[in-house]
Write a protein that binds this ligand. Sequence first.
Ligand code: SF4
Length: 495
Amino acid sequence: MRTVWVLGDQLNRSIGALADADPDRDRVLLVESHAKLTSKRWHRQRAHLVLAAMRRFADELRSAGFDVDHRRAASLRAGFREHVDEYAPGTVVATEPASWSGRELLRDLDVGLVRSNQFLCHYDEFDAWAADRRTLKMEDFYRWQRRRLGYLMDGDEPIGGRWNFDDENREPPPGPDHPGWPDPPRSRLDDVDREVLADLPSECWGAEPDGTWATSRRAALARLRHFVDHVLPVFGPHEDAMTTRSWHLAHSVLSPYLNIGLLLPGEVCDAVQDAFDAGDVPIASAEGFIRQVIGWREYVWGVYWRWMPEYRSANELGADRSLPPLFTGADTAMRCVAHTLQGVRDRAYAHHIQRLMVLGNLALLSGTDPWEMTDWMWSSFVDGAEWVMLPNVIGMSLHADGGRMASKPYAAGGNYIDTMSDYCGDCRFDRRARTGDDACPFTTLYWDFLARHHDRFVENARVARQVRAAERLGDLDAVRERAAEVLDLLDRGEL
Ligand code: SF4
């Protein structure tokens, strides 16, 4: 018999090697690796999602008639060896893994790799698109994807006459009269969940799962349906807003399912296109969402494979600060950070602007080591994976790749956070002040960052004006002095 080895982020009958699998001919192997489970201090809800989804998927395959060898082993390699010793399969195949090290391992074990269809643009296709381009602009890639995939297109032109509705999708949080956004459905925990939770290592951290995250394909499809029917029509305007009134706003919160295979990007985009075609969704909402899936998500996937493995160690700004203790439990008086981290503790989730402009921004301004930040985000978020975190943290957030991915550093002071959130009003810091004990740490560190990296960014057209403004600050010495105090407090977990 042939063995089809399914990894923990390939949990779908339609993916690669499983797509043509036959219970009469194929046995399925799933390995729960102790080494992987203890390789990081995983958020409990992340570890639970993957293990519970694997166990449910094994049951689903058994119900479809497959013989499933679902084993626990010291490592993936050990699990594979034990399986081969016990079953002596004629051949072993697997879908191309989503991580560089996973692909290296499977090649080393001589596992036959079947082309991955988990993304709409395979990394070979991304490479072909990227060849001969001086810069890899996401917007160019996105339009190329729109044209070749046909989403929201009228012939060769975008429906609505525009490719981009971002201008309509950057509103600050609405006032108290806004009705809010529908909550995502919840699942009831069952015996599978309880068994998984009992098996998690004691090093796992964060709140216990409460059913927020679906752990089966059926439940993930229900989440998709709920999003398209109830949330998508209001998706977009508050995409970049942050508020203490809602953790999800109108975000789809479907990324955990896409990233482990419970949902596939094509079916998600098809559902959005259908809702748009039926007249249920405005173009700005449909376009904003499709952009995130076939644009950003697939772009990040493509650059990961194009720039690995050296991308992992990029550190162009020479950032060498250890991960500040507030990321691992120390309290902070910064309301924006405290609220965002509380969300991470409660549900292993923060939306993209909280990740980029609060957590990532703090790491950028403070000069936190890019790999330490990447590793923390990878282990802390329910949708974490190396391919998604490396470009988003190293490239987008920390500018550690020197601008290969983002042409400017996403640095911002308290004013930006105040505009896009309701955090600052009740904060003990003053977002306008850059010196003194009450100065907003983001504002102080923002000016200090621009002054510190003056030579690198002064010729960058997108930030040159701010760099020159930093140069002209009359109180720059005092700003630098306060920045040193802030960084000291940050290091001691007392900010
Ligand atoms: Fe965050 Fe500064 Fe606003 Fe406080 S004042 S919430 S620290 S941006």
